[in-house]
Write a protein that binds this ligand. Structure first.
Ligand code: M6R
Length: 607
C-alpha cells in the first residue's frame, strides 16, 4: 500500500532529495499509483512540493536539477483509497497557508465530520482525500511548535495513521506519529530517516527504532526524541528480502496480510449498535437499491467464487433473488433484466476484460451497475454507477489471495446493508455485524496453523490429483481451494459440491486421489460427513477443514486443520485461509515460481 520516507541530516545535504527518492523507490514493490515529496528549500526559506501520477520516475522528471534543496524532506507513494488517482490527491498534503506539509498512511475514519467542521472554520480544501484534514488540523493548532500542533490534531482523529510532517515555520525537524500503521526511525551516521517499511532505510542503516501505537517522534539534524526511552534494534533482513517484508514470496506475505485485509475492508463501516453497515459508495443509490428485486453477480476466476459465496449471503440475509455468472459466459447468453435488476461486478484489478465487457453490456441495457473493486480509479470503478472499494491493498502475486478475503468481507457487509433495507431484524443485523468485527482476530488465529499446514503439504505434494469438496457457503471455497492449488502447483485439482460426488466424480476416487473436505460445524455438517464416508469407503484419503472443538471428525478423516467458530455465512472467510496456505506450501515444495506461475497474468486484460 502507501509508503512513507523522511530524511534529515546534520549538515544539510544538497543530495537529500536524491537520497529520499532512492529510499522511496525501495517501497515500489508495495504498489502505488502516484508519488510526491515536500522539501525544505534553504535558498528560498520555503517548502517546495511536487507530485506526479504514475511511477516515481514521472516525479523525478519534474525535478529541476538546478534547484538547490536542503532537508528535511518527506516523500510518499500513494495507493488510492479516498479520491481518484490525481496529482491533487497525491501526498504530501498542505494546509491553507502552505506552512504544514504532511504524508499519511492509513485511513482517517472521522474525516468527513472533521472536514465539515474545518470548512465551517474557514479552511479551504483542495483534494478529495481523508488525509488533507490532518494538515488543516495541524494548521489549526500550530502556534510555532510543530510537535505540539501534531499532538493536539491527532487527539481529535479516529482511524489509523502513520504520518510524517514538516513545517516552513518550524523547519529543522520532522514530526512522525503512528497508530495502527507501521513507522520506524532509521538511525544513520549524521542522518536520520523515517519510513513505513525497513526496506527504505536498509541502504543507510540497519539500526532502527520501531514506533509503537500512539507514539510521536521528532527528528532534528542532531537528535531524535520519543517520549519513551527506546533501544535501537538491528534489521536482520537483506535488501532483497526487505522488498517482500521479510517473506520469501509475495504470495505468503499477502496470505499473512489476510487478517489486515479483512480489517481494512470493515474499517469505519460497521455500526454495531444499529446492526447495520455504512457503505459510503452506495449513498447516492440508496433509494434505487430499495426497489431492486433481483441481483446478478458477475466476475471471473477467484472473484467469481467470491460472487458465489455472495449469492448465498444475499439470498439468505437480504432476501433478494441472486444469480452468479462468470463474465466470459455472461455476455454470450441473453440475460433477461428489467429496471429492478442490479448487476454487481466483482474484480480485484477492475481491469479484467471479460468483466468490463459484461459491464458494458449491462450499461447498454440501462440497469443499475455496482462495482466491488480493489483498485481505486480502475476502469470498473469509474464505469459502474456506484461501488464499494475492498481496500485490500496492492496484490502482487499472480494468484489472488488477500483480495478474495476483501471481496468476501465486502459482500457480507453488502448483504447486511441490503438486508437492513428490507426484512432483516435489528437483532440479526447486530449479530452479523458483531461477528464481522471479530473476524480479523479469528483470521489471525487461523494463520497460526501455517507450520502444521506446511507439514501436511509435505505429505500430500506427491499426489497428482485432488478433489476439493464443500456444500452451501463452502462449496465456492472448494472451487477456490482447487483453483489455487492448480494455478501454482500445477497439480490437477477440481472443486465440486460434495453432494455431486455420487453423480459422477466419485468414479475417480481411490487411494491415489485425495479429497480436501471443507466442513465447518454448520447446517450442512451432517451431509458433509456422509459425503466424506462415501470417499472413505472407496479408500480415498481425506484432509478436512473443520471447526475447533470437533474431535469426532478425527475418527473419520486422515488429517484435520481447525478453524475458529463463527457464523455460518462467515465461515468461508476463515476456511479459505488454510487452503491458500496449503496451495502455497505445496507449490514451494514442488519448486515452482509461486509468485509468477507459468501461463498466467495478474490482470487478464484480453478477452
Ligand atoms: O482482477 P480480477 O479480480 O478481475 O481477476 C479475476 C481473475 O482473473 C483472477 O481472480 C484469477 O482467477 C486469479 N489468477 C486467481 O488466483
Amino acid at each position: 500500500m502507501c509508503g512513507i520516507v523522511g530524511y534529515i541530516s546534520k549538515d544539510g545535504n544538497p543530495n537529500s532529495l536524491r537520497l529520499g527518492v532512492e529510499a522511496l523507490k525501495r517501497l515500489e514493490y508495495r504498489g502505488y499509483d502516484s508519488a510526491g515529496f515536500a522539501i525544505w528549500d534553504a535558498n528560498k526559506k520555503d517548502i517546495f512540493c511536487q507530485k506526479a501520477v504514475g511511477r516515481i520516475n514521472k516525479l523525478e522528471e519534474k525535478i529541476n536539477n538546478n534547484s538547490v534543496f536542503d532537508n528535511p524532506v518527506i516523500l510518499h507513494t500513494r495507493w488510492a483509497t479516498h479520491g481518484g488517482v490525481t496529482d491533487c490527491n497525491a501526498h504530501p498534503h498542505c494546509d491553507c497557508r502552505k506552512n504544514i506539509y504532511l504524508v499519511h498512511n492509513g485511513i482517517i475514519e472521522n474525516y468527513k465530520e472533521l472536514k465539515e467542521q474545518l470548512i465551517k472554520e474557514g479552511h479551504k480544501f483542495s483534494s478529495e482525500t481523508d488525509t488533507e484534514v490532518l494538515s488543516h488540523l495541524v494548521e489549526k493548532f500550530f502556534k510555532g511548535n510543530l510537535e505540539e500542533a501534531v499532538r493536539r490534531a491527532l487527539s481529535l482523529v479516529r482511524g489509523t495513521y502513520g504520518i510524517a510532517v514538516i513545517s516552513r515555520e518550524d523547519p529543522k525537524k520532522i514530526v512522525a506519529a503512528r497508530l495502527g500503521s507501521p513507522l520506524l526511525l532509521g538511525l544513520g551516521e549524521n542522518e536520520y530517516l523515517i519510513a513505513s517499511d525497513p526496506s527504505a532505510v536498509i541502504a543507510h542503516t540497519k539500526k532502527v527504532i520501531y514506533l509503537d501505537d500512539g507514539e510521536i517522534a521528532t527528528l532534528t539534524p542532531e537528535n531524535f526524541f520519543i517520549l519513551k526511552e527506546k533501544k535501537p534494534e538491528e534489521i536482520e533482513w537483506k535488501l532483497e528480502e526487505a522488498q517482500k517484508g521479510g517473506f520469501p514470496h509475495f504470495m505468503l506475505k499477502e496470505i499473512m496480510e489476510e487478517p489486515e485485509t479483512i480489517e481494512n475492508a470493515l474499517r469505519g463501516r460497521l455500526i454495531i449498535e444499529e446492526g447495520r453497515v455504512k457503505l459510503g459508495g452506495l449513498d447516492g443509490i440508496q433509494e434505487k437499491l430499495r426497489k431492486i428485486n433481483r441481483l446478478i453477480l458477475v466476475a471471473c476466476g477467484t472473484a467469481s467464487y467470491a460472487a458465489r459465496v455472495g449469492e448465498y449471503m444475499l439470498e439468505e440475509y437480504a432476501g433478494i433473488p441472486t444469480e452468479v455468472d462468470t463474465a466470459s459466459e455472461f455476455r454470450y447468453r441473453k440475460p433477461i433484466v428489467d429496471k429492478n435488476t442490479a448487476a454487481i461486478f466483482i474484480s480485484q484489478s477492475g481491469e479484467t476484460a471479460d468483466t468490463l465487457a459484461a459491464l458494458k453490456e449491462m450499461k447498454q441495457k440501462g440497469i443499475l451497475t455496482i462495482g466491488i473493486t480493489n483498485v481505486v480509479g480502475s476502469t470498473q470503478a469509474r464505469e459502474t454507477d456506484a461501488g464499494v472499494y475492498t481496500r485490500s491493498g496492492p496484490e502482487i502475486a499472480v494468484a489472488s489471495t488477500k483480495a478474495f478475503l476483501g471481496q468476501l468481507a465486502t459482500l457480507a457487509m453488502f448483504a447486511v446493508y441490503l438486508g437492513r433495507q428490507r426484512e432483516m431484524a435489528l437483532v440479526m443485523g447486530k449479530r452479523i455485524v458483531q461477528e464481522l468485527a471479530k473476524l480479523p482476530e479469528l483470521a489471525k488465529e487461523t494463520l497460526k496453523s501455517a507450520p502444521e499446514i506446511e507439514k501436511l503439504a509435505k505429505n500430500y505434494k506427491d499426489f497428482n490429483n485432488f478433489w476439493f469438496i464443500g456444500r452451501k457457503y463452502n462449496y465456492p471455497i472448494a472451487l477456490e481451494g482447487a483453483l489455487k492449488l492448480k494455478e501454482i502447483s500445477y497439480l490437477h485439482a477440481e472443486g465440486v459440491g460434495a453432494g455431486e460426488l455420487k453423480h459422477g466424480p466419485i468414479a475417480l476416487i481411490d487411494e491415489t486421489f485425495p479429497t480436501v473436505a471443507i466442513l465447518p460445524s454448520d447446517s450442512v455438517y451432517e451431509k458433509m460427513v456422509s459425503n466424506i464416508q462415501e470417499v472413505k469407503a472407496r479408500r480415498g484419503k481425506v484432509l478436512a477443514i473443520a471447526t475447533q472443538g470437533n474431535e469426532d471428525i478425527k475418527k473419520i478423516v486422515d488429517d484435520v486443520i481447525y478453524i475458529p467458530k463463527t457464523l455460518e455465512m462467515l465461515t468461508p472467510i476463515l476456511s479459505v485461509i488454510p487452503l491458500h496456505l496449503f496451495a502455497y506450501y505445496t507449490a514451494v515444495l514442488l519448486g515452482h515460481d509461486v509468485d509468477k506461475p507459468r501461463n498466467l497474468a495478474k490482470s487478464v486484460t484480453v478477452e
